[in-house]
Design a protein around this ligand. Structure first.
Ligand SMILES: Cc1cc2nc3c(=O)[nH]c(=O)nc-3n(C[C@H](O)[C@H](O)[C@H](O)COP(=O)(O)O)c2cc1C
Length: 187
């Protein structure tokens, strides 16, 4: 699969089969992802990999509880309140792998750099038949000091992106987008 095919086919995947994403494959995907451009050459990223289903399930429950109990503090999530109240809703869609990308705040470019890494990761994963979904909800817990300390994340790092990952169960049709708006195009 070439890069254009990967871009055309990539969708957010929310249903995975039982096949485990092997350590060697994930390691290779992350090594590819960090070939992203990086402001001032600082490479301000670090990763946490979660592959323990019990931990992932507990985090899903914890995130739902925390957001619902503090909904006013999360205006960006208020439109999803009914999802969070649904007992069957799993924040990570029962993914067997969750990859968390942390950015080092000592780099002014860390959010851009880590987002580019996430983009590369999703495209590289696509070419392996591995589906991903960026999980914004995860910020509610995985950026907490308790979680970061327990997973060895240094203090200067904050969460930029969380990706649920797994082998795609059902192919999703290519996405449609509005035509891009060009504010200006001088000639
Ligand atoms: C910053 C960001 C946060 C997102 N958070 C979530 C999330 O918490 N849960 C989820 O299911 N999808 C989440 N998504 C996926 C979007 O819903 C998805 O990208 C969008 O609907 C377009 O669909 P596509 O990725 O299949 O083209 C997020 C995407 C981004 C970029």
């Amino acid at each position: 699969m070439n890069v254009i095919e990967a871009i055309q086919q990539r969708r957010s995947i929310r249903a995975y089969n039982d096949k485990h994403v092997e350590k060697e494959i994930l390691q290779r995907l992350v090594e590819l992802a960090v070939k992203a451009p990086t402001g001032s050459g600082m490479e301000p990223w670090g990763f946490v990999v979660l592959q323990n289903r019990e931990e992932i399930d507990a985090l899903s429950e914890g995130i739902k509880k925390k957001v619902l109990e503090n909904i006013d503090a999360y205006p960006q999530f208020s439109q999803y309140e009914s999802w969070l109240k649904n007992e069957r809703y799993h924040i990570f869609n029962h993914a067997g792998t969750v990859l968390v990308i942390y950015g080092d705040r000592t780099s002014p470019w860390n959010v851009y750099d880590c987002s580019l890494v996430a983009g590369n990761l999703m495209l590289a994963a696509e070419s392996e038949g591995i589906g991903c979904c960026w999980i914004g909800f995860a910020e509610a817990l995985l950026d907490d000091d308790t979680f970061k300390k327990a997973h060895g994340v240094p203090e200067s790092f904050h969460l930029v992106s969380t990706l649920s990952m797994g082998y795609t169960k059902v192919a999703v049709p290519p996405c449609t987008r509005k035509p891009p708006v060009f504010f200006s195009w001088t000639k």
